[in-house]
Structures are given as C-alpha cells and as structure tokens.
Write a protein of this length. Sequence first.
Length: 429
Amino acid sequence: MECCVIGTGYVGLVTGACLADMGNSVICVDRDNLKINKLSKGEIPIFEAGLEAIVTRCLKSGKLKFTTSTKEAVHVSTLIFITVDTPSDYQGYADLTHVDEVAGDIASVMNGYKIIINKSTVPVGTTRRVERVIEESLKEYHEFDVISNPEFLREGTAVSDFMKPARIVIGSGSQKAIMMMTDLYRKMNAPLLITDPVSAEMIKYASNAFLATKVSYINAIANICEVVGADVREVSLGMGYDERIGFEFLRAGPGFGGSCFPKDCRALLRIAGDYGYNFKLLEGVMDVNREQQLRTVDKIKRMAGGFDGKKIGVLGLAFKANTDDIRESPAVNIVSMVLSGGAEVSVYDPEAMENASEFIPEAKFAGDAYEVAAQADILVLLTEWDEFKWLDYTRIKELMNSPVLLDARNCLDPAVLRKIGYTYEGVGR
Ligand SMILES: NC(=O)c1ccc[n+]([C@@H]2O[C@H](COP(=O)([O-])OP(=O)(O)OC[C@H]3O[C@@H](n4cnc5c(N)ncnc54)[C@H](O)[C@@H]3O)[C@@H](O)[C@H]2O)c1
C-alpha cells in the first residue's frame, strides 16, 4: 500500500520503517530539514535497537523515502499517518498545535480519497477535530476518512513492539477505512479491536495511566518495605505470579518519566476534569511519582552526608535503559536537584549524554562509569542499563573517595557489593 507518515520522530520513524519493511511504499515527512537530510543518507537521529538495519534495507529497496514536502508525500499516498508530538501545554492539556497544522497541510494538498490515521496520543474528540480542520481547509472536495489508531510501542523495544503488538486498535465508523486498515495490519497476526474513535482515543490514555499507576503503586509499596524491613523485589515477585497482576511495571525505582506517561497522565486528568470527574486516583499516582524523585534526592543527600563540597557520581540519564530519550527523565530531574543543592555532579550514560547536556550544563559529562566514580563521595545508579550491572565494582571502590552506592533501580546484588565493602542502599529493600 502507499503510505506516508507525517512527523518522523520516535513513533513516525519506527512506523514508517516497519511499514516499508512489510512491503508497503512509505514516505516519511518531517519539517526538520536536518533530520530528513540525515535520514535520506541512512543516518538515524535516535538510538533504537534494530532500526538502523531496517531503514538501510528499505532505503536500498526504494520502499522507504524521506522528504520535507507534505505535498509530495500526500499526492502518492492513500494512507496518511499523523505521528507528530503532542506535548503538555502549560496547563497539562495535550497541545494539538502540530496535529492541527498537519491536518491543514494535508487538506491543502489532497488530490483524491485519503485515510488520515492519527497515531499521535490525543484527547477524546480529536478524530472529529481533525475532520473539521480538513473540511475547513480543503481547496476542492475530496472524500476522506479520519481514524484513530493509537500506538503502544515502547522506546527501547520499539521495532519488535510495532511488529508484534499486543493488540491493534482502530477507531472508525467507516467500513472502507476499516477494511483498508485491516488489510494493512493483516500480516501482524495481532488481536484487532475495531471500535469508535472516542473509545480508541480513550484506550491509549487509559492504558498509559494504568501502567503509570502500577509504577507508583510499587514505589509506594517500596517505601513501606523500607520501614518494615521487607524486600520490594521479593514482594513484586510474589505479586507478579498472580496472573491478574503480572510481573510487568512492578519494579521500584526513582519514578516514571519519558515522553508519554507524565504527559498522558496530565492530559487524562484534564480530560476528566473538563467532563466533571475528579480523578483523585490519578492525582495520587502523579503525587507519588513526584515524591519518589524527591525521596531519591533526600537519600543521596543523607548517604553522601550533605551536598556541600561533595562529589556525586551518577550512572544513567535516559528515562529508562536502551533509549537516548531524556524527556521528563527522573534521572535528569534528580541530577538537576542535586546540582541545585550545591553538590558537584559527574554523569555518564551510554546514549543520552548529548540530549541531556542542554538540561544539566553544570554537570561534568564523563567518558565512562570509571571516570564518574573517580573521587566520588557516592555513586548513584539512576538508569538500568545492562552495562552498569557488569562493571568492575572492586575497581570502582578503589577509585571512589568513599565506597557508598545508591542503586535507585535495584539492579545490583546488595550482598556482593556489601562484601566488596560498599555501604549499599537500593529502593524498598
Ligand atoms: N515516544 C513513544 O514512546 C511513544 C509511544 C506511543 C505513542 N507516542 C505518541 O506519539 C506521538 C509522537 O511521539 P514521538 O515520541 O515520536 O515524538 P517526537 O517528538 O520524537 O517526533 C515528532 C516529530 O514530528 C515532527 N513535526 C512536528 N510538527 C510537524 C509538522 N507540522 N510537520 C511535519 N513534522 C512535524 C517533529 O519535527 C518531530 O520530528 C506523541 O503523541 C506521543 O505521545 C509516543
């Protein structure tokens, strides 16, 4: 099928590359010239496992192209995906400026029947809103359908999540659009839920808010574990064996972050409020998340013996492992608060240093974990990259000023570290 994907970021690039790899002809559009130039040469602007090989393969086969021209892409495509960012505005609502712009752009160059597929995470009613923008901006009459098809991929495992989704949700009342979308996704062999657009839009927010709730729930349990002397890792394990609960998203840590959970929780709170529902549960989830970051800062301060004149070594800046994304990263927030407290902070992340440098310019960006540890009064592990699990902690101890370690992701073995001679603390254990 002929597809175009407008907004070539984390979601757009993965969507475009995977659809092309499935045999469709895909043109990815972005207004960022630099990004499009790089992508046209096969250079990937983000870190995402497996993506580069797919982009290279599909560029070579001619199935995937990149452009800054919406007109060029829309003219040759029937399926038009919107994958632009929908960040929080200053009140917490999803800012639909880019979605509206793209809808207007599509309308102004439409040359036949098109299905406009919204993959960006958007509030209920946006499918209708995009329809209206297109109706108002059409230069001449063309038949079109706007549908909701929320994306559930996770950064770090985006390619396999896209190719093997747990479910595909299509929100549309148009039989023609539903048939074409069913055909597009046929090869994926995933449960297909066809519903109305408002329910589809709601499914995305409800899913993300639920996962965020699991994270805050286990963090709250971890805080109780710390005072009663239980180990939250054992508690999570014992809970997870219950199929009604499951193991996923039950890892205590410094709180959730990233480009989705915080903004989607804020947006859902706003949607609920606008319709007269006080979503206290979700407010609690967000409160626990804020507190978890503050608790981590307090713990660092206590373990380091204050911030004044102290050198804090930090491992990890990305909001989670296997991505270079630092949007609303708890690690970056925590480093920022520690810097404000007056400590000297040295940081290292395998992929997210460049993105983070703009937000914490006062930090010292080290070449590796050992450089971070040199003369540190405390080492804090904030992102669960695999490579941090296999460091030579005996060597690190020798490099440090004092062997104090806060494992804010519970990914190290306390017994081993204590045996080496560390003062070790995790979260909820
Ligand atoms: N990142 C994720 O893990 C994830 C997962 C599921 C859903 N989502 C949702 O998908 C959407 C996109 O997220 P993302 O992380 O890919 O965002 P992103 O910021 O990485 O990418 C958005 C891209 O859109 C481009 N863009 C913005 N306005 C444009 C315009 N008018 N014309 C052309 N290009 C334009 C930007 O230049 C950017 O490259 C969001 O709504 C997000 O909530 C994200």
